[in-house]
Ligand binder design. Structure first.
Ligand code: FAD
Ligand code: NAP
Length: 353
C-alpha cells in the first residue's frame, strides 16, 4: 500500500499561487500508481483530484482527500510518409511538445505555442488559440477510469470535442494517461498554416519581411510567442489562469440588439449559427481592465485575464471578483459569461450558478 505525503501545500502546483493544502499528495509516475491511488482512496473513503500544470483551476479550500500530480512523461515519435505521429504521456509539458514538433518539421500545433500546462489536460477543454484546436490533430487518448480501475482507448470522435469542451468534463473520473496526435510534414504542404487570425499573418510579415504563407513552422511559432508575450501575463510573474471566461455564443437577434447600443461590438459569425462575442471586449467596455483591489484584479492588457496581485490571495477572493464582472456584463449586455477554469472546494469540483 502506498504512503502518500501528508498535508502538502498546493501553492507551487497552481498558477494562481493559491495556498491551500492537500490532506494527501502523491506523484503519478505510471499505471500502477493510479491503481494504488485508487485503492488508497477507496480504503480511506476520501475524494481525489488530479492536477497537471495547475493552469486552469481555482482551488478555494484545503482539499480533504488525495491530490495526484501527473508525472508520466514518455514521448514517442514515429515518422510516416504523410506526416509525424506522436504518442505522449500526460505529464509531458504541452509547449515542449509543440516546440519539438516544430523542430522536427511537423505542422499542426504552431498556433498552440506557449499554452501552459500538460499534454494530458489538452483534450480536457480542447485547448485552442488563433483558430486552431487540439481536436484537429488528436487521434486517440488512453484513459484510466478511476471509478472502475479499467483502461480503454477513446477515439477523437468519442471525445465529443466542442468549444473549450469535451466528454472529460462530463466524465470527471476519466484520467487521460496518453495522447496520440497526427501531425503533417510542413514541407509536403500538409496541414497548411492557419492564418485566419489577422494578427498572426501581420506579425509574421513584420518579423520576417516575408509573406505569411511562406512562413516556416518556427516562424509561425515565434510570431505566436511574440504576440502572447506582449499581451498575456506570465503566471510566474503575475499569477493567473489565462482567460477566466469563455467567449459567449449568442443569437443573431441578440447580437443586433447589443450592436444598437454598442456599434463597435466585437462579434464573429459562426458557421453553425449565432455569433461568438469577444468576452474580453465586453468586460473592457465596462471599465474593468486594470482594476485591482485587495490582491485581485483584471490584467491591464487583456480584460479576460484575472490576476492575483497580492501574495496571499484566496480562491474565494478571485471568484468574488469574477462574480462581480459576470453580474456587470449581465446587467449591461444581458449576456451570461461562463467561467472557464475548473473550480474545486474541499471535496471536489463545484460550479457557480
Ligand atoms: P490543470 O489546470 O492542472 O487541470 C485542469 C483540469 O483538467 C482539472 O480539472 C484537472 O483535474 C483536469 N486534468 C488535468 N490533467 C488531466 C488528465 N491527465 N486527465 C484528466 N483530467 C485532467 N487554454 C487554451 O485553451 N488556450 C490558450 O491559449 C490558453 N492560454 C493560457 C495562457 C495562460 C497564461 C494561462 C495561465 C492559461 C492558458 N490556458 C489556455 C488555460 C490552460 O493553460 C489550459 O487549459 C491547459 O490545457 C491546462 O493544463 P494544465 O495541465 O495546467 O491543467
Ligand atoms: P484576441 O486576439 O484579443 O481576440 C479576442 C477574441 O476574439 C478571442 O477570444 C478570439 O476568440 C476572437 N477572435 C479574434 N480574431 C478572430 C478571428 N479571426 N476569428 C474568430 N475569432 C476571433 O485574443 P487574445 O486574448 O489575445 O487570445 C489570442 C488567442 O489565444 C485566442 O484564440 C484565445 O482563445 C487564446 N487564449 C486563450 C486563453 C485561455 O486561457 N483559454 C488565454 C490566452 C489566449 P477565440 O478565443 O475563440 O479564439
Amino acid at each position: 500500500m502506498i504512503k502518500p505525503q501528508k498535508n502538502v501545500s498546493l501553492k507551487a502546483y497552481n498558477t494562481l499561487g493559491i495556498d491551500v493544502q492537500a490532506a494527501f499528495f502523491m506523484l503519478i509516475n505510471n499505471l500502477q500508481d493510479l491503481h494504488d491511488a485508487r485503492d488508497f482512496c477507496r480504503l480511506q473513503g476520501c475524494p481525489w483530484l488530479l492536477i497537471g500544470g495547475g493552469s486552469n483551476l481555482v482551488l478555494t479550500q484545503d482539499f480533504v482527500g488525495l491530490v495526484m500530480l501527473m508525472a508520466m512523461s514518455k514521448l514517442d515519435w514515429t515518422s510516416h510518409t504523410d506526416g509525424l505521429e506522436v504518442c505522449a504521456e500526460s505529464g509531458c509539458e504541452w509547449d515542449a511538445l509543440v516546440a519539438e514538433s516544430v523542430t522536427r518539421g511537423a505542422s499542426g500545433l504552431e498556433n498552440l505555442s506557449l499554452i501552459p500546462g500538460q499534454v494530458g489536460a489538452a483534450p480536457i477543454q480542447n485547448i485552442g488559440a488563433y483558430g486552431v484546436e487540439v481536436k484537429q490533430s488528436l487521434r486517440w487518448v488512453d484513459v484510466f477510469d478511476f471509478n472502475t480501475g479499467s483502461c480503454f482507448k477513446l477515439t477523437a470522435k468519442a471525445c465529443e470535442f466542442g468549444y473549450r469542451d469535451s466528454i472529460f468534463k462530463r466524465q470527471p473520473h476519466w484520467i487521460v494517461m496518453r495522447v496520440n496526435l497526427q501531425l503533417g510534414h510542413r514541407v509536403a504542404g500538409n496541414k497548411p498554416a492557419q492564418l485566419s487570425y489577422g494578427i498572426i499573418a501581420h506579425t509574421i510579415e513584420s518579423m520576417t519581411g516575408q509573406p505569411p504563407e511562406a512562413a516556416t513552422g518556427q516562424q509561425i511559432r515565434d510570431a505566436v510567442i511574440h504576440i502572447r508575450q506582449s499581451k498575456l501575463p506570465d503566471p510566474k510573474q503575475l499569477p493567473n489562469v489565462g482567460s477566466f471566461f469563455k467567449n459567449p455564443i449568442v443569437s443573431a437577434h441578440q447580437t443586433a440588439k447589443i450592436e444598437q447600443q454598442w456599434p463597435e461590438l466585437v462579434a464573429y459569425k459562426l458557421e453553425e449559427g449565432g455569433f461568438k462575442l469577444a468576452a474580453g471586449w465586453l468586460i473592457d467596455q465596462l471599465g474593468w481592465k486594470g482594476y485591482s483591489q485587495d490582491g485581485v484584479g483584471v490584467h491591464q492588457l487583456q480584460a479576460l485575464v484575472l490576476v492575483a496581485t497580492g501574495a496571499a490571495v484566496t480562491g474565494g477572493e478571485v471568484l468574488a471578483l469574477a462574480q462581480r464582472i459576470q453580474a456587470d456584463v449581465l446587467a449591461r449586455f444581458d449576456v451570461v459569461l461562463d467561467i472557464e477554469p475548473r473550480l474545486f472546494d474541499s471535496r471536489g469540483e463545484f460550479w457557480l450558478s
